[in-house]
Design a binder for this molecule. Structure first.
Ligand SMILES: Nc1ncnc2c1ncn2[C@@H]1O[C@H](COP(=O)(O)OP(=O)(O)OP(=O)(O)O)[C@@H](O)[C@H]1O
Length: 313
């Protein structure tokens, strides 16, 4: 297992006014992994990133990055950390290339036009290098944010909602960029609302709500634990009992016998496969059906069930 490069221990943040945005968060991130932090609006994701990047002062707890305690060795650690914030705050009037070169300079690194060119080319920004940022499309502006965060060649990169509000095309482009960074060995922590994004990109997933890190697990394990398939099969004529061939499946008769409801699966595609087996078994048993309404559980469903458990506890 790779060495830990980030260790959070009992991290809490109470904002003036009393809101507890982080509640005793423990987390270890290892070199080279891609970690997705999932959570609803206001869960504390941006606060967590802000604390590690030195933008938010934690109320208690310790943070270590690259072996430095962030309370005392912040400068050394920060030089190895890059942050792509949700929105562009400054530089709107600057041309792309100069803004990116400036970001590198902020960390005290010598100018390196070749490296800046490489970064801009990898993000398809080279042709736009002399344009003012404000004149670029939303997607291009996001890529400028990434270029700025990469300008000082960080080993740990934070992406705060990298694909919120971007179109499908750009989202795919963003995933490709993350893949490329992964290949270069950059460790990435990203926040997202989209489960498919976590599924596609992350090695591990953490779920945060109301400042509490509720669950952290390998992606596959998380999906196996939380992923669910729900299918409603409407029957051509009502039945009163299940044929024995489908009794082994998690199926119930509903709507007065006119429909069957399947709830099962484990987020690995097993649900879909089982629904297909059930339909075959129905036909074999001489039971006709008119339609199937099948859906995989979404991040929303997972939140609802997890948060429900949290409330009940
Ligand atoms: N400077 C601040 N002062 C007071 N409260 C704050 C401040 N910044 C954030 N909060 C509150 O802390 C909580 C966590 O906010 P945070 O931005 O970390 O959540 P988030 O998970 O990033 O949400 P989103 O997905 O909407 O960006 C929210 O209730 C928010 O209103």
């Amino acid at each position: 297992m790779n060495e830990p490069i980030l260790e959070l221990d009992g991290l809490s943040k109470v904002y003036p006014g009393g809101l507890k945005a982080l509640d005793n968060v423990d987390l270890i991130i290892r070199q080279g992994e891609i970690f997705a932090l999932l959570g609803p609006n206001g869960a504390g994701k941006t606060t967590l990133i802000g604390a590690i990047c030195g933008l938010v002062r934690p109320t208690s707890g310790t943070m270590r990055a690259f072996g430095h305690d962030l309370a005392t060795g912040w400068r050394q650690a920060r030089a190895r950390i890059g942050l792509v914030p949700q929105e562009l705050a400054t530089d709107m009037f600057e041309p792309v290339e100069r803004a990116v070169a400036y970001s590198r300079g902020l960390f005290g690194l010598a100018p390196d036009p070749k490296r800046i060119e490489e970064i801009l080319r990898s993000l398809s920004l080279w042709d736009k290098r002399d344009e003012r940022i404000m004149a670029l499309s939303g997607g291009m502006k996001r890529r400028v944010l990434i270029a700025k965060a990469l300008a000082h060649e960080p080993d740990l990169l934070f992406l705060d909602e990298p694909t919120a509000g971007v179109d499908v095309e750009l989202r795919k482009g963003m995933w490709a960029i993350v893949d490329e960074m992964r290949d270069r060995g950059v460790t990435i922590i990203l926040t997202t609302h989209y489960i498919e994004e976590a599924e596609l990109m992350a090695d591990r997933v953490g779920i945060i709500n109301r400042g509490k890190l509720l669950m952290v697990d390998e992606k596959e394990a998380m999906m196996a634990r939380l992923g669910r398939t729900e299918a409603h099969i409407s029957l051509s004529s009502p039945i009163t009992e299940l044929p024995p061939s489908i009794a082994q499946y998690p199926v119930e008769i509903e709507k007065g016998g006119t429909s069957l409801c399947y709830r099962g699966g484990d987020g690995t595609g097993r649900g879909k496969a089982e629904v297909a087996e059930i339909t075959k078994a129905l036909i074999a048993a001489g039971i006709d059906y008119d339609g199937i309404d099948l859906r995989e559980s979404s991040l929303e469903d997972i939140f609802v069930s997890l948060l429900g458990e949290e409330e009940a506890a």
